[in-house]
Design a protein around this ligand. Structure first.
Ligand SMILES: Nc1ccn([C@@H]2O[C@H](COP(=O)(O)OP(=O)(O)OC[C@H](O)CO)[C@@H](O)[C@H]2O)c(=O)n1
Length: 320
């Protein structure tokens, strides 16, 4: 490919590294059902999707790691079975030859409080925190956000973070059923009980990480269960303070992509700063025999998502 200065630009063929992706397994040993809005959900089949995902990742033989974008067990899982169900899904992830990084989603928290959940997901974090970062190669850094840091689910009922979340819901959502966006308009529809926010301390931590990444010339991929751009997801799937998170991200040029789950249909957008937002299609909504998972090849100038079946493939090219 010839460039403006007449030199030939050679596109790198070998990725720097590759990693697996899957989201919203929402397994439960219950009959098939539907979402609140009537979309079919295949609770028992979803663990088979995960099984096939891990097989594909293992057959690839060269994945450095995999990322699960949250919601491993569905909220309809009968509560006495929650622990077993979470263990069963975690065990399935553990058949992966490469390490798997997890993040929490609302359905994880319907099943177990975060103090029980986090050790099972073996997050590289301290205390009850569920945000962390890691760098698989000197060129790249991954930031995993905890979008349920400020949330009405997962924390003890009298915890200050529960109180803060309930106050936000009270102010922003006029409905008595706080999972309902009825009568709410556009992005205001995100103020739902099944969403949450990134807290102040976490935002400060994110800022510091991005500062250091900029200094080290790393490219950063931000991962969060909830979406961070209204162009990539339904308004109901957005993190409460997605604007504040993106304001921090846009202070720097190092973040090249934000990847999420939560909005099961999936989506892709490029925001005004050239950051890609890719929302991954859910494993839960795969009719028997179909799949939704993938792997991403990371290059110096792009991320190439190779999706299987219902997960669309996406080329995310970015400016250096
Ligand atoms: N209008 C609504 C929508 C949902 N609910 C109830 O809220 C709980 C969580 O909903 P669910 O669809 O299971 O959440 P997911 O995390 O799977 O999906 C997120 C969305 O797709 C984001 O757009 C559940 O109990 C629903 O019944 C509600 O009451 N009213």
């Amino acid at each position: 490919m010839a460039s403006a200065n007449g030199l030939v630009k050679v596109q790198q063929k070998q990725p720097l590294f590759s990693f697996g992706v899957i989201s919203d397994v929402q397994y439960a040993d219950i009959p098939d059902g539907r979402s609140f809005l009537g979309v079919p959900r295949y609770y028992r089949h979803s663990i088979q999707v995960l099984q096939r995902a891990v097989k594909k990742w293992n057959d690839h033989e060269n994945l450095k790691f995999a990322i699960n974008f949250g919601d491993i067990v569905d909220g309809f899982c009968p509560k006495p079975e929650s622990l077993n169900a979470v263990q069963k899904v975690v065990k399935q992830f553990e058949t992966s030859y490469c390490p798997v990084y997890h993040m929490i989603g609302n359905h994880c928290l319907y099943n177990l409080p975060r103090k029980d959940l986090l050790p099972m997901l073996k997050m590289p974090t301290a205390n009850d925190q569920a945000y962390y970062d890691f760098s698989p190669t000197p060129d790249y850094r991954f930031v995993v956000l905890d979008g349920y840091d400020i949330s009405a689910i997962g924390w003890p009922h009298d915890h200050p973070k529960t109180m803060e979340a309930l106050k936000i819901l009270q102010e922003k959502n006029p409905n008595s059923e706080k999972n309902s966006p009825a009568g709410m308009v556009a992005v205001e529809r995100r103020f739902l009980m099944f969403n949450g926010a990134v807290g102040k301390e976490q935002l400060e931590w994110l800022d510091k990480i991005l500062q250091v990444s900029t200094k080290h010339e790393e490219k950063v991929v931000v991962c969060c269960h909830m979406a961070l751009d209204p162009g990539a997801a339904g308004y109901e799937a957005l993190c409460w303070n997605y604007g504040e998170v993106m304001e921090v991200i846009h202070r720097y040029k190092c973040v090249k992509a934000c990847i999420a789950g939560h909005d099961h249909k999936g989506g892709h957008s490029i925001d005004s700063h050239g950051v890609h937002h890719r929302v991954l299609e859910a494993a839960l909504e795969c009719p028997p025999g179909s799949d939704a998972f993938g792997y991403i090849d990371a290059y110096p100038d792009r991320l190439s998502l190779f999706g299987t079946d219902r997960m669309a493939s996406t080329e995310m090219v970015f400016d250096l």
